[in-house]
Ligand binder design. Sequence first.
Ligand SMILES: *Cc1c(COP(=O)(O)O)cnc(C)c1O
Length: 394
Amino acid sequence: MTLAINGGPRVRSQDFPAWPQFDHTEEEALLRSLRQGQWWRVSGKENTAFESEYAHYHGAPFAVTVTNGTVALELALQAAGIQPGDEVIVPAFTFVSTSMACQRVGAIAVPADVRPDSYGIDPEAVRRKITDRTRAIIPVHLSGHFCDMTAVMAIAEAHGLVVIQDAAHANGARGEGGKRIGDWHTLACFSFQNFKLMTAGEGGLVLCPTEELRDRVYLYSNCGRPAGDRSYNHTVVGTNGRLNEFSAAVLRAQLARLAQQSERREANARLLSEVLAAESRVTVQGHTAHATQHPHYMYMLTLNPDDGRVPDRNRIVDCLIAEGIPAYRAYQALYRIPSFWLAPAPSTSQAQLIAECPVTEHIAAQGIWIHHRALLGSVEDTLDIARAITKVLG
Ligand SMILES: *Cc1c(COP(=O)(O)O)cnc(C)c1O
């Protein structure tokens, strides 16, 4: 069959469900926050309400809303006392903000390879990267699949390290024994940018395990000024990371829709993985026992060599897009991104990191991800994703 990219018929004649989704609840939230007459969090009610609703949903005692997920990571690192020159272990395969936030606070991001099944940070690789300057680990629940948190927490405890979960893909995710993100008692960062599983266009949040950490994250997000201060007593060097009231109001409506959307995505992702198991030219991201609820920010797969030939991943992504599939190239390995080598950078070489991270090398070169809105349709919609993959690879 002629490929759509060559002028043939598209597998998808209609688009998948649009993203973001909204209804009268977002509209009412926007009007409510507008009519509140107070549009910043300092005198409004929406941020405070959203923080307690979101924290409760994730099993955490406290949350602080912030302007975006990148700033959430920077503030969490500062609140945890990470200093310039400290080393922070991050997965080599993640969005750049995980490491860039470390650089922004003067810390050195140290990439560790990921696991071939879950694409989450490999505990063995983490152990190999620990030095006497290591202060923290940032595990990323990649695409929403929980990484091996039991192992990460054990390493952190043995070496006295801070753990900050980068949960930008993982709203509502659950790990072993059904544990929620807050149940691990660490700082955890979320993003609410337009693509994410909940969104107000932009936005972020830090879950906090203690009131002391909540106060510190707030302090850094409030230009270093403690809540309630009237005498301009700024006690730390912070920034303005406060989220406005309109965004928080929209996010309350988005949270109310999350569970139902996740259920649909999980069911469709299971179906898609069953069908693609018969397609020898791809390997889908595994689903290990470390993840009991996988909300699927991304549906991820890698291309396998075909008759010994290396697939042209970028061309295949372009072909999938032409067939009507919202497909994207996987992230680059952190150590292949130019900004990673600007100060502060680890005192190692790109060649060394390439040698240490074979799994990241493979996923970054041959990985494809499909946006979660494609999993919000019907069974037939979902089967179209498999049909398009088979057509393009054929
Ligand atoms: C989206 C994302 C972030 C950053 O969030 P922004 O709100 O875009 O700043 C951080 N980490 C990961 C893994 C992400 O995907």
